[in-house]
Design a protein around this ligand. Structure first.
Ligand SMILES: [Zn+2]
Length: 236
């Protein structure tokens, strides 16, 4: 009797509070749909990275020699892990609308960012009378504006859009200086065309052919150079 009374009581409770059940069902369906949608989205993202974008560029590590010789080698294991970042930085570079080459009409589309972080669009800006901010300088400025300074042990990638497959970008002395000062020897410069194909991955190390010590004794006043090295510590 007692059991039956309890059952009746329960039924009565559910009947009176039917909206709680409906609400519970609706929330469950909502949560399920949300999880399903996110799972599908991440699956599609991985698919787009592996089947479409990954196939678009074939990345090769690039070694430069002072005599102009260029050698392509397979990516190291560490570099292979950075392929999604190489793809992203080239994608942002190609879609960059920063360049404004009023005089030369030569577009340098670039992008920069840390591995695993947002990549920022950059490019050359010409102004005044034949004056120009180079694409690499603009990239450093964009990085400083957004990220302030590079964190210790952070790997930075610079993407440069090229029109020729397998081309290693030529950087002027000024840009080598500012890139080296800001990001050090481990900066990687990625270059590739919009259509894909062979894309180069070159370390900043390879852009500095001269031995620094040799350079010091031959070209620069020793005292001035010591001061420069000392100051660099303070800037960092
Ligand atoms: Zn330059």
């Amino acid at each position: 009797m007692l059991r039956m009374a309890k059952e009746v009581e329960m039924k009565q409770f559910l009947f009176n509070h039917w909206y709680i059940i409906v609400l519970f069902l609706l929330i469950s369906i909502g949560v399920f749909l949300l999880i399903y949608k996110n799972k599908r989205k991440s699956k599609m993202h991985v698919k787009s990275l592996s089947s479409v974008r990954m196939d678009r560029w074939i990345f090769k590590n690039t070694l430069l020699y002072p005599d102009g010789k260029v050698i392509f080698t397979e990516l190291s294991e560490g570099q292979k892990k950075r392929i999604p970042d190489y793809i992203e930085v080239l994608r942002v570079a190609h879609s960059s609308d920063v360049p404004r080459p009023s005089f030369s009409n030569y577009f340098c589309k670039e992008a920069i960012g840390p591995v695993g972080g947002l990549k920022l669009a950059a490019g050359n800006i010409e102004y005044g009378v034949c004056k120009a901010l180079h694409g690499e300088e603009a990239a450093v400025a964009a990085f400083r504006a957004y990220y302030r300074r590079k964190e210790k042990n952070q790997q930075i990638v610079l993407g440069i859009a090229t029109s020729k497959e397998g081309k290693v970008p030529r950087l002027c002395g000024n840009c080598r200086d500012i890139l080296f000062d800001e990001f050090g020897l481990d900066l990687e410069i990625i270059a590739g065309t919009l259509d894909g194909g062979l894309a180069t991955v070159t370390s900043m190390r390879d852009y500095l052919f001269d031995d620094f010590e040799e350079f010091r004794s031959s070209c620069i006043d020793n005292e001035l150079f010591s001061y420069y090295v000392e100051m660099r510590g303070h800037w960092g």
